[in-house]
Design a protein around this ligand. Structure first.
Ligand SMILES: Cc1cc2nc3c(=O)[nH]c(=O)nc-3n(C[C@H](O)[C@H](O)[C@H](O)COP(=O)(O)OP(=O)(O)OC[C@H]3O[C@@H](n4cnc5c(N)ncnc54)[C@H](O)[C@@H]3O)c2cc1C
Length: 387
């Protein structure tokens, strides 16, 4: 028989936005929270390059110390091959306020979840929200199912969609995702451990070169970064139709394309692919409605950026903190002014972001007649497609 428990705020999704919202509520109010996360944080998590503006946010969440004690590396050298074939230190492309960090993303997400539990937040791992119904008089009853098939019910006054770019909950509640591209990231982790000599050589090279490299190519661009555990992540960013046409999600074609990227190929030399290639959606989108009756969408679910901006994790946490304040105000004082402001800000942030994105892509003029670049540099406003 399933049990029913209840909390003030239930958050579906235990990424940075979900745990930041839950932590803010635990730290700064007396309301109760539960985060429902479908994994045990045992999957590969992408999105590791963050700007230094993350630190004040972590301070606010009272997790700066555990963060600094963990295995994340400061970034000193960011370089880009963008606009011509030369390698330039161009921090302005992806990091507007100086030095940032390369995260061990799994460790980072786990740290936030652990701190939540320490602050008396509830955490359901390996659990999905199978269904939900709105209760008469407000609030929700959620039907949860864990990986072993065990069912339970959770009643909540307020529901938060923190499920990431797919915005699963908001879409089920009728919101539409307005996407302005079909960007995907096809990533691989490369290890140099197999041969001690190669490894030593790679590490020597690493100390001489940049930690993060962006390199534009006719089909899109490559991103590569040295991760805190000594492996290298290499990601091909392209549009889904270009990927399918060139079969770029297949190892052979991916490696072939990589071998044409003059600077990136040098970094991966001697590396062995550790896992099969992984394809992740990376499109820019905003929800037509990020706030509804007793629900709110946060982080990538509400608004997601091109990884070129390195804004994802920082924005997800800011969004979680802002939304928490608005939700608390609503639940305690029945006041929705901050919720309305939140909705307005989501819209405004996306408009600002689109113009910055256009400016960055317009710096690359070598392939203006090719689909990937044409789609991003055309002067006409980008049409938003509802999904
Ligand atoms: C290829 C790529 C590269 C990127 N690079 C960077 C970068 O360098 N720097 C940067 O700042 N950002 C980067 N990003 C973006 C960054 O990863 C995201 O912005 C950030 O993770 C958003 O956090 P979030 O909490 O909103 O969502 P997520 O981190 O996506 O978390 C969503 C969580 O919800 C869980 N979930 C989903 N559905 C359910 C469900 N039904 N029930 C229960 N749980 C569910 C998921 O398991 C996950 O834990 C990149 C993204 C991609 C795709």
């Amino acid at each position: 028989m399933s049990q029913t428990s209840s909390v003030d705020v239930a958050i579906i999704g235990g990424g940075p936005s979900g745990t930041a919202l839950a932590l803010t509520i635990c730290l700064y109010s007396k309301l109760t929270v539960a985060v429902i996360e479908q994994t045990a944080y045992d999957n590969i998590r992408t999105g590791e390059h963050v700007s230094a503006s993350l630190l004040p946010l972590l301070d606010y969440l009272q997790v700066k110390e555990p963060f600094l004690a963990d295995n994340h590396t400061p970034v000193y050298n960011v370089a880009a091959v963008w606009g011509n074939s030369e390698l330039h230190a161009r921090p302005s492309i992806i990091n507007q306020i100086g030095e940032g960090y390369l995260l061990d993303r799994t460790e980072f997400d786990v740290m936030l979840a652990e701190q939540l539990v320490r602050q008396d937040g509830q955490l359901y791992l390996e659990t999905k929200c199978a269904e939900g119904e709105q209760l008469e008089g407000g609030g929700w009853r959620l039907f949860l199912k864990d990986n072993s098939g065990e069912s339970s019910e959770l009643e909540t006054r307020y529901l938060v969609d923190a499920t990431g770019r797919q915005a699963r909950i908001s879409k089920r509640l009728g919101a539409k995702s307005l996407a302005c591209d079909t960007l995907v990231g096809i990533s691989a982790i490369l290890d140099f451990e197999g041969d001690a000599l190669l490894r030593a050589e790679a590490l020597r090279e690493r100390s001489k070169t940049e930690e993060v490299l962006i390199e534009s190519i006719p089909e899109g661009w490559w991103y590569s970064a040295w991760l805190p555990n000594g492996t290298l992540i290499a990601v091909l960013m392209t549009d889904i139709d270009i990927m399918r046409q060139g079969k770029l999600h297949k190892q052979k074609q991916w490696v072939e394309l990589l071998s044409k990227a003059t600077h990136t190929k040098e970094r991966v030399r001697g590396g062995q692919l550790v896992y099969p290639l992984s394809v992740k959606p990376a499109h820019s989108h905003v929800l037509d409605r990020a706030v509804g009756e007793n629900w709110i969408a946060i982080g990538d679910a509400a608004i997601a950026f091109d990884p070129l901006s390195s804004m994802g994790v920082g924005h997800a946490i800011t969004c979680g903190c802002d939304a928490a304040v608005a939700v608390v105000k609503y639940l305690i004082n029945n006041e929705d002014r901050l919720l309305k402001q939140y909705q307005e800000r989501v819209k405004l942030n996306f408009e600002n972001y689109l113009s910055i994105r256009h400016r960055y892509y317009a710096l690359e003029k070598r392939w203006l007649d090719l689909p990937f670049w044409k789609r991003r540099t055309q002067l006409a406003p980008i049409p938003l497609a509802a999904k």
